[in-house]
Design a protein around this ligand. Sequence first.
Ligand code: ADP
Ligand code: ASP
Ligand code: MG
Length: 471
Amino acid sequence: MKTLTMKFGGTSVGTPEAIASVVGIITQSIQQGNRVVVVVSAMAGVTDLLLESVKMAESGNRWGYLSTAQKLRDRHEEALNLLITPSQNRERALAEIAEMLDEYTEICQAINILKEATPRILDAVVSYGERLSSRVVAAVLRHHGVSARAFDAGEFLITNDAHQQAVPRWDVTQARIEQKLNPLLDQGVTPVITGFLGATETGAVTTLGRGGSDYSGAIFAAYTHSDELIIWTDVDGVMTTDPRVDRRARVLPYVSYQEVGELAFYGAKVLHPKTVQPIIDRGMPVRVRNTFNPSHPGTLISANGETTSTVIKAVTSVRNVSLLTVSGRGMIGVPGIAGRTFLAAARAGANILMISQSSSEQSFCFLVTDKSAQDVKLAIERELAAEIASKDVDRVEIQNDVVIITAVGSGMRGTPGVAGRVFSVMGEAGINVVAIAQGSSECSISFVVEERNLERAVTALHDLALENVSS
Ligand code: ADP
Ligand code: ASP
Ligand code: MG
């Protein structure tokens, strides 16, 4: 008997029809003799709605959050009423949803009175998305004879208190899953667990960062000792590029952990960047499959990926980033300036996405998200105040109309001339490359172009990836 962890994304649980497909996928797998651990996202769009409603409450817009509560009630009730015939099971689920939405409204009233929401309160509000969807999915599964039970992930997944970007506490989480969840699996229970959420040891709800349900799926897959993690989403698998940017995108049948790590880090939304972390050492296979096209085999992610002549496998892009440049004639040969700059950036809480240095040593640049750029600039200016005063460092500049484009493929390793091909393609397309970096893994090349060139750069580079995909 296999244990499979199946994570269903927002679109997969976004409508009654989608939930019906989800339930079909799960029941079929159970009938085939598998044990299934289900992890669900909030219904599509719900997390955004909840976050907006906090802003409404902060600004005193009572009508705004009350109407959000009504919308949420309608969507979840509609799914229950359409998918379950009148029964005690349905009545109980409807009552539970009504109770949760009353709590949600009360929290919004409190925010409305205080006119302020802390990150901890934001997490509490946003948790209702997954808490509601998990109740609906569990109830529909029960209606189909599965002994399903909804769980708030915080019962098992324990994190630190870095609200909105919480980090799991591995030992406690492992112990909780192994001691509390695995025995239920042995008893034949199909757990339906909220993705995206955790809790501190004192019980405050935390979240793992936007798109974090994939990560939740991997954590539960790891400690339930699953044979496989399946990420069910709204595309056929990991593709050669974002199909929304270039419709010619094709599904990649095999990708390695390392490749998918680079893809996700550099913007492929299909998987949260941390997803492979909990399972990579276990060598657990991950599949990415389409809830709306379940007969498609999807993408298999494993240690090896695929050994073909493929050089560039996929192309990604990251928007909403800023390029910070530190420059000055006095920097030549002065040790430590780069190190101090990056420490200052880290202290400002910034995640550095890419670093590049010009060979003249007169400047170096790096990329952070738009949100953190200004704070990072100020932190560096403070750190390098003496060098700026003595004019060894001229200035710290921010350019925010840029994007990162990345070409990924483990075949690049040891293949000469890949970078040359990439940049001659950019040259032919008349696109100016602002900065370049290659990861030490040699599994990706990233570079920066102006935002207005994003589609053209991705499409031109994607031509190279498509050359290698057999149709
Ligand atoms: P879910 O709600 O299931 O987690 P997401 O919207 O987070 O789904 O991720 C799936 C989306 O990721 C796809 O609809 C697609 O537009 C986008 N995407 C971006 N890059 C890629 C890629 N390389 N391969 C597949 N999908 C991608
Ligand atoms: N619902 C959360 C979000 O929208 C988590 C997820 O879908 O993965 O970010
Ligand atoms: Mg997602």
